[in-house]
Design a binder for this molecule. Structure first.
Ligand code: HEM
Ligand code: HEM
Length: 461
């Protein structure tokens, strides 16, 4: 009989079991080395053997892509645990959450981790999107990875949105009612789309089971497929964009270092800090749970979840056709096409495109900060296009007219950047992006903190 099939006598019980799984591993140090090699080559199936040294700078990625991966992992694990206790039926879902929190060991903690990881994921993915944009990492050959990233961003939004309804409390019920209510304004298909998402005319048992299926099966399946595709595209682009100063020529690859341990150790450190942070937040702050959903009693004001607050604020300023369909559709189309436009320069790896790009970005921030709040206040108290133009359909007086004014402002700003600041196309487009980004953040903050009863403007507190 060959020697390796005979368990050496000196082995203890644990070693004998291990030997029965992995024979020929009795030679102490050498076998540990073999295990390590096996583990390393497993890791390197997903990774290149070496990475350009410069891409290890924390200030290139800020660890954001890796954080997103860790959070998705945490959501999958805690989500699967929640499924053991959660019932997706209106009569029982609220009670099942109460029971989970009060009687299941660590039930409340698991729910808190899921809640905070879901919200943190949105924030982290948004910041990752900004880092990719501002470091020029969407230029060729990374264009398609930008597209994949955007799709995953919308999946993350969809995950948070569908999860929001599941506790079936007042907050969930009414937020989803107004968000799905917005669909009515899409001409032609709006009502049909709303019926499909709600599973009928009203929010009810069919909505809950639809949302549950999308939340726990469809979106996770899409993410499981798209995430490896996203990482594969990073490898196909020969790794991350190489950071460089504005005056440096594009760097091909530069010095490289071994992935293990240089990259892995950094990723593990970021993951450990992130997990610790989420745990601390989950211990001290509970996921919200209000009274059980009551379809007959709507809270005032009824607000959308924070990530749709900007859209809800837009609805207060524009005709719904523009707020719900035309402006968001134009923005999303613009974002998808962004990497495919013709640019004047290859700015991949240069933060904010160039030295001038940094200046024009700051100008855009200042302009947005100066214009947006007064515009919101003026629209609330002074402008009333519908009253000023009696007989003109609201879609024109409250929709087309203000939209054309805003568009003219954006085009004027683009022209100003090109003429006054001599910005090239990269810098001018970036300035418009920053202008719209800051305006959107201000709209979001206004809706969350500065809107009270009847969604009227008010001072918080
Ligand atoms: C669930 C969502 C996402 C996950 C898990 C994810 C994950 C990652 C990871 C791990 C990396 C490499 C490390 C890093 O750059 O931090 C990466 C790179 C990249 N991501 Fe994402 N990402 C997501 C969403 C997005 C979004 C929303 C965009 C943009 C619209 C995007 C575009 C890119 C691009 C272009 C790269 C290559 C960057 C470079 O070469 O420097 N990703 N992503
Ligand atoms: C990207 C992935 C995911 C995100 C962003 C996400 C987000 C959320 C959010 C925000 C909630 C509401 C939590 C609350 O405030 O009560 C929720 C609830 C829930 N999620 Fe997820 N989730 C994800 C993946 C999953 C997966 C993979 C599963 C299961 C297979 C799952 C199962 C559940 C269950 C059962 C609930 C209801 C329990 C509760 O509301 O506390 N989730 N999710």
């Amino acid at each position: 009989m060959p020697l390796e099939n005979v368990t050496p006598d000196r082995f203890n019980l644990f070693q004998r079991i291990r030997y029965s799984i992995f024979p020929a591993t009795d030679d102490g140090k050498a076998s540990r080395q073999r295990y390590r090699n096996l583990f390393n080559s497993l890791l390197l199936h997903f990774r290149p053997k070496t990475v350009p040294e410069r891409t290890l700078n924390f200030t290139l990625t800020w660890g954001l892509g890796g954080m997103a991966v860790v959070l998705v992992g945490m959501l999958f694990v805690t989500g699967l645990m929640l499924k053991f206790a959660y019932q997706a039926v209106p009569d029982q879902s609220y009670e099942s959450i109460i029971q989970l929190q009060n009687t299941v060991l660590f039930g409340r903690l698991i729910r808190n981790i899921h809640h905070w990881s879901g919200n943190a994921l949105l924030l982290v993915v948004f910041l990752h999107f900004l880092r990719v944009f501002f470091s020029g990492a969407f230029h060729p050959p990374r264009q398609f990875n930008w597209v994949l990233g955007l799709v995953m961003f919308f999946l993350t939004l969809g995950s948070n949105f569908t999860g929001y309804l599941l506790p079936w409390d007042q907050l969930a019920f009414w937020a989803i009612t107004i968000c799905t209510g917005m669909l009515e304004y899409i001409p032609g298909i709006g009502i049909g789309l709303q019926k499909m998402i709600r599973g009928g005319g009203e929010i009810g048992p069919a909505t809950l089971s639809n949302f549950f299926a999308v939340h726990t099966a469809i979106i996770p399946a899409c993410l499981v497929i798209l995430m490896p595709f996203h990482f594969w595209r990073v490898r196909k682009s020969k790794g991350l964009v190489i950071p460089r100063t504005p005056l440096e020529d594009p760097v091909v690859r530069g010095e490289t270092v071994a992935t293990i341990p240089n990259l892995i150790i950094r990723e593990l450190a970021v993951a450990a800090v992130l997990v610790a942070l989420i745990m601390v937040v989950s211990v001290f702050f509970n996921a919200p749970l209000e009274a059980k959903a009551n379809p007959g009693l709507s809270p005032n004001p009824t607000k959308a979840p924070w990530y749709f607050a900007g859209l809800q604020e837009l609805l207060l300023h524009f005709h719904p056709l523009f707020a719900v369909l035309i402006i968001p559709a134009a923005t999303v189309t613009g974002l998808f096409l962004l990497p495919y436009m013709r640019y004047d320069a290859d700015t991949a790896g240069v933060w904010f495109a160039s030295l001038r790009g940094r200046r024009t970005a700051i100008v855009a921030v200042v302009v947005a900060l100066i214009i947006t709040p007064p515009a919101i206040i003026a629209d609330e108290f002074l402008f009333d296009f519908a009253a000023w133009l009696p007989g003109v359909p609201a879609v024109i007086s409250n929709g087309l007219l203000p939209a054309v004014l805003v568009l003219a402002g954006i085009i004027g700003f683009y022209g100003l950047m090109k003429r006054y600041y001599a910005a090239n196309k990269n810098e001018a487009i970036q300035a418009v992006f920053v202008l719209l980004l800051i305006a959107f953040i201000i709209l979001t903050i206004t809706c969350i903190w500065f809107r009270g009863r009847g969604m009227a403007l008010m001072w918080p507190g």
